[in-house]
Design a protein around this ligand. Structure first.
Ligand code: C5P
Length: 232
């Protein structure tokens, strides 16, 4: 899979999701299904979007004991998604178990990427609540390295960190980056943002865009603009 724009379908129902995707006609964007939509509609929403021809990033961020994650990943693997994820904080053992669970009998599997530290966690809360006393950049890079050593395919990170992750973990280790906004668009609650064009320059492999596309007056043009800046 090459560089692509993934639309975050952060809707609370199948109806709203399909209404949104129907606007795209024959275009079948790569979509992200997160906890909100998955918990609202269950696995059938994944099957339905897959049947319509979308590639799917199932963003459920698993984090549990290795055995539970392994078994859950085996179930998710049967949904035939293209990409899924977990928290690197679950340790390398958990990540290795996840890969085992995800791998099908024929050796194929969805891409597996890790969340390092959530972008909502800052250095102060990391120190005070998690007792992690290191600079956040160092922690993020260390978690990325652990994910790479466990055999994962990449990490979710800020586009601004994509270059550093590639330096540390190799250019084949994917960076999937939210926090992307058009130059003339609203930033919303995202703190460290960049444009699709700059994300491409820094070396993101996939950008995840939600509101700049889902909330646009013309979502299809917004998506095409993102593709033109990032992929073409
Ligand atoms: O609407 P927006 O473009 O901000 O959506 C970004 C998407 O990426 C949301 O689904 C959000 O949950 C997700 N995400 C994020 N930052 C992270 C991890 C995931 O914004 N660090």
């Amino acid at each position: 899979m090459g560089r692509d724009v993934i639309i975050a379908c952060d809707f609370d129902s199948k109806q709203k999701t399909l209404e949104f995707l129907d606007k795209f006609g024959d275009i079948r964007p790569f979509v992200k299904i997160g906890m909100e939509l998955y918990y609202a509609e269950g696995p059938s929403i994944v099957r339905e979007l897959k049947d319509r021809g979308h590639k799917i990033f199932l963003d459920l961020k698993l984090h549990d004991i290795p055995n539970t994650v392994k078994k859950s990943m085996a179930v998710l693997s049967r949904l035939d998604v293209d990409m899924t994820n977990l928290h690197a904080g679950g340790t390398k053992n958990m990540m290795r178990a996840a890969l085992e669970g995800l791998t099908r009998e024929d050796g194929s599997r969805p891409m597996l990427i890790a969340v390092t530290q959530l972008t909502s966690t800052d250095e102060e809360s990391m120190r005070a609540d998690l007792l992690i006393d290191r600079p956040i950049d160092e922690v993020v890079m260390h978690y990325a390295k652990c994910a790479s050593e466990a055999g994962l395919d990449g990490v979710v990170c800020s586009p601004l960190e994509a270059g550093k992750v590639h330096d540390r973990c190799g250019s084949g280790f994917f960076t999937v980056t939210p926090g992307v906004r058009f130059a003339d668009g609203e930033v919303g609650d995202q703190k460290r943002v960049t444009t699709p064009a700059v994300a491409k320059e820094i070396g993101s492999d996939y950008i995840v865009m939600g509101r700049p596309i889902t909330g646009a007056t013309d979502p299809v043009s917004a998506y095409q603009r993102a593709v033109a800046e990032f992929v073409d």
